[in-house]
Structures are given as structure tokens and as C-alpha cells.
Design a protein around this ligand. Sequence first.
Ligand code: NAD
Length: 301
Amino acid sequence: MSIPLSFKGRVAIVTGAGGGLGRGYALLFAQKGASVVVNDLGGDYTGGGKSRMADKVVDEIHTAGGIAVANYDSVEDGDKIVNTAVKNFGRVDIVVNNAGILRDKSFLKMTNDDWDMIQRVHLRGSFMVTRAAWSHMRKQQFGRIIMTSSASGIYGNFGQANYSAAKNGLVGLSHTLAKEGGKYNIHCNVVAPVAGSRMTATVMPEDVMKFLDPLLVAPLVVYLCHESCNETGGLFETAGGWSAQLRNQRTIGYAKRDLTVEDVANNWDKITDFSKNEIPSSGGGTTVAAMERVKASEVTM
Ligand code: NAD
């Protein structure tokens, strides 16, 4: 039997936790002993309006004997959300950037406002909350951060140019924070969940909605935030009780010092041949690979 993982003494902020996936994270953190800031602006799924939907989740946590406070600020005001944690609980250990909205439109019909709203809530919002928490985490030499991406951000999806750009941006942001945070014991990982929520209710059949219970995504997210979890810079897909890690893969490619357009055309099969491949993990590795392979090509000419 495994030892239960405790979050006693830890303070977790979950953004957009008034419903859906965020509610599941907040409930599980609280059940495991963390003090939780349940943040939610309480708008509709396109970002319109405001309400105190976070209160319901705080009540659920209190009823179950847990510790939580509500916060109704937008993630764009990240410092206010972090202040709620510090004022009520004296610290912030965990940030789960989960708040999100949709403004789906085909690329041709996408307005500046559709684009900007999505970048502001997902990408800038995650930046604002995380940056406000960062100095606290650095000082205490402990932090666990989750960014929420999406299959759309990884693979692209029709009608979601704005959303997929923001969701892929969060992967880049997380990779950098994992590198910058490493020596301060600040870890940052990305989850790309699928779940039945109000966000997916219009596109998912009812039986699939039921199968993809948002509560089943919470164990992966909560584990990634535990002090015993060493994972950082990771990207995970998760849905309905399934969790898996995703990583980059690169072909060996084709190298030639005085490369021409025709060389590229004539060697396209080599450039795109994944039968021999490698798993890169840093930008520095790209430079080294290029230099080594170009030099090797000169020797074998
Ligand atoms: P949801 O609509 O139930 O939850 C999102 C919550 O964020 C809402 O409660 C909303 O009020 C809140 N919110 C929106 N803008 C906010 C702001 N500016 N500040 C604070 N709170 C704000 O949807 P969900 O499915 O639970 O989505 C949670 C996250 O997971 C989102 O980032 C979403 O993009 C991502 N996601 C969900 C799925 C899925 O299948 N449900 C798939 C991929 C990614």
C-alpha cells in the first residue's frame, strides 16, 4: 500500500476554480490538506459577465472539513490573487493556471477582440498570476506551477487560431520557467486535459461528457504539485483517468555547408525521415547538432 500524499502546510492557488476542471483541482488539494485560494471571475464561457461562483466551491471544501477562501479577481490581476493567498495563509506554494474562455471563429472571421481576449486570459493571465507568485517561491525555495494547454495548442484545431496560439504559448512559457526555476526548487509543468465541462458541453455527446469526468484529471495535476514530485518542464495529456507524457522528437536530418534550395528539395526524404530520430531538450542542443552534422558532412564529401 502506498503512503497517502499530504499537502498539509501548503498553500495552493487554483484559477478558474468555480467549476469544471479547476473545481476538481481545488477539491482534491483541500482534501489532501492544502489551504486553497479558489479563484474565479465567474463569467460565461466566452468571458462575459461576473459572478461569485467561487463561493460554492469554497462551501463544498468547508463542508468537507477543508480550508479555502474565495477570490473573484480576473487572472489579469494576478497580484490581487496572490495577495489573497498571502493575506489569508501567509504564503503561496502552488499555482495552477487553469482559468480559461473560448472565442472560437474561423481564421477569416476572427476579430482583433477575439484574438486579444484569448491571449489576455490564457497567456497574459497565466503570466500575471505566476509572476506575482514567483518572488515568494524563490524566497522560500519551493514552488509548483501548472500551465494549462490543450490538444488544440499542441496539434491545432479548426476555428481555434486564437486559442491554439495561446495554449501553445503556455508550453513555451512553462519550458522556460522550468529552466529558470530549477535552482530554486520551483517546478513548472503543463497539462493538456480533456474533460466534460461547460466549455465542451456543446461539442461532446452526453456519454463522452460523463466518461470524461473533470475530477479524474485532478490526481495528475495534484501529484505534479507535490514536494516529492521531481518532474519539471514536462507536458502531459490527461483525460478520464488516463495520463501520458508527450515530448519532442527530431529527425537526424540532412546537412550540407553550402546548402541550396535544390539540396533541400532533393533531400526532403532525409529531412523528414523519422525512422532514425533523437529527443531534443534544449535550444543549445540545436546549435550543437547543426555544427556537428554540417562538419561531419564536410568530412564525408
Ligand atoms: P470551465 O469554463 O468550466 O472553467 C473555466 C473557468 O475559468 C470558469 O469557471 C471561468 O469563470 C473562469 N475564468 C474565465 N476567465 C477568467 C478570468 N479572467 N479570471 C479568473 N477566472 C476566469 O472550463 P474547463 O473545461 O474546466 O477549463 C479549464 C481549463 O482547461 C481552461 O484553461 C481550458 O482552456 C482548459 N482545457 C479544457 C479542456 C476540456 O476538455 N474541458 C480541454 C483543453 C483545455
